[in-house]
Design a protein around this ligand. Sequence first.
Ligand code: SF4
Length: 105
Amino acid sequence: MLVEKTVTKPSQEAPNQLIEISRRKLMRSATVIVSGAIVLAGAITATHADADAAKSSQKAADYQTSPKNGQRCVDCALFQAPSSCQVVNGTISRAGWCNLFSAKS
Ligand code: SF4
């Protein structure tokens, strides 16, 4: 009777051991995925920060949220819809203007 139980138990525990191994693998995989996501998010943030650093500040470009002499950001070749600019930092209004205005051709 004791021998039979000893033989029976490992076979009954085997599925539990497999589940435990699977949990470990799952946790390792989850850790790798989360770590990768953090690294990727950092890289994206760094790229975005680098792009912003290369642009002029709104103050340096004399940016204003209203048109000037009929010129508006939406008519500028450097405007990026919906609210960005290739050369000026920050949120840019379609109706705005700055001294870097370049009319669309
Ligand atoms: S007018 Fe200035 S802020 Fe507006 S899109 Fe053109 S360069 Fe950018």
